[in-house]
Design a protein around this ligand. Structure first.
Ligand SMILES: CC(C)(COP(=O)(O)OP(=O)(O)OC[C@H]1O[C@@H](n2cnc3c(N)ncnc32)[C@H](O)[C@@H]1OP(=O)(O)O)[C@@H](O)C(=O)NCCC(=O)NCCS
Length: 327
């Protein structure tokens, strides 16, 4: 956003919406935990997410994509937008509980939609609580419509799993090769949904040492890749390997390549001493959903994807092998 926006129209008190600064991160991190922990009725809301972290990782990945809401010199809310090329999503969106239902989230969402316009996002989405009329109504005001459920899958890591042949890790590649690897990943995602590009996620994991990206090759062509977070301070937290994003090149071999990718993720989790793996899939991606079940993953939780555009727009289709998290 160009300049901070001051508003008193809807909130009834003076609110400044501005870019989130690095110095805001401790307060933003606390509000993310307290807001979700309070909404979920946790006895100690600050314990939400344990030693996993969202605020710092996402701000470092793209500082211009994060908005702050400030009142009387104090941070009272924030929203994180993510640029995946032609697709954009936002979250976590959080407001200090004592300020709920006073229009703060809506004041953050208007400028968030401006960010998507600036990026030229063709399709936009978010993940939210399917059981909350408030959440659904709030996002409908901004053109999002509830679509398919999203399933959060989990699985105990099989510690006998070896990395499949033709697997490499982005973090182990030569610096000179990295631009080529990012382009290969972009080619795979672009074949699923034109312009889809998660290079920021791959670079963030590498630059911030949050985990690694597992790449599975078919001779000289990239068949599939998975961006994995693991450990304290990452978006996974201790003991978890969390698949932030994974995609398989579409085509006749996609099912087999997805199975290879799941083995590669499991071998990576084992190598990092992560006893559990989590991965999200939109249930419209039926083949991927079934393959996860067949591989031993089990549903832990469901939310709902809300999206702009008409039914069928975006990349949630039965034959799409993508795992992603829009939180
Ligand atoms: C969700 C959250 C960000 C909303 O922030 P907020 O500042 O309270 O939201 P706002 O006041 O701007 O907007 C809420 C709107 O929902 C409406 N609403 C509240 N309860 C509702 C209900 N049961 N049914 C329909 N609409 C409802 C409000 O009336 C308001 O609309 P209005 O201004 O037209 O009256 C905040 O509650 C929060 O931090 N929750 C915990 C974390 C979270 O769930 N984040 C979002 C994850 S997707």
């Amino acid at each position: 956003m160009a300049d901070p926006v001051k508003t008193a129209v809807q909130t009834g008190f003076e609110l400044t919406i501005r870019p989130l600064l690095e110095s805001d991160l401790p307060a933003a991190d606390r509000i993310v935990r307290v807001a979700f922990g309070t909404f979920l009725g946790m006895p100690d809301p600050t314990a939400f997410m344990g030693d996993a972290a969202f605020a710092r990782t996402r701000w470092l990945a793209d500082p211009d994509a994060v908005l702050a809401a400030e009142h009387a010199g104090k941070l009272i809310g924030s929203n994180f937008a993510t640029n995946w090329g032609s697709f954009g999503f936002f979250g976590p969106l959080t407001v200090e509980p004592e300020y709920w239902n006073r229009g703060v989230a809506q004041q953050l969402l208007g400028p968030t939609m401006d960010i998507f316009r600036r990026w030229g996002s063709r399709h936009m989405g978010l993940y939210t609580f399917a059981h909350s009329p408030k959440h659904i109504a709030l996002y409908q005001k901004f053109g999002f419509w509830p679509r398919d459920l999203v399933c959060n899958f989990t699985k105990a890591t099989d510690d006998s799993r070896e990395a499949p042949r033709d697997t490499v890790r982005f973090g182990e590649s030569k610096t000179a090769d990295r631009a080529g690897l990012l382009a290969a990943c972009r080619e795979v995602t672009g074949a699923v949904f034109e312009g889809l590009d998660v290079q920021r996620e791959i670079r963030a994991v590498s630059d911030q040492r949050l985990g690694d990206t597992v790449l599975i090759w078919d001779a000289s062509r990239l068949a599939a890749f998975a961006v994995c977070h693991t450990g304290a301070g990452s978006e996974a937290g201790s003991g978890l390997c969390y698949v932030k994003f994974a995609a398989v090149r579409p085509g006749a071999r996609a099912g087999q390549d997805f199975a290879r990718l799941l083995h590669g993720i499991e071998a990576f989790a084992h190598s990092q001493n992560a006893p559990r793996i989590t991965a999200d899939v939109n249930v419209a991606r039926r083949e991927a959903f079934r393959a996860l079940l067949a591989h031993g993953f089990r549903p832990a939780r469901h939310g709902v994807a809300m999206e702009t555009g008409e039914v069928g727009s975006g990349y949630n289709r039965p034959d799409v092998y993508i795992l992603d998290d829009w939180r």
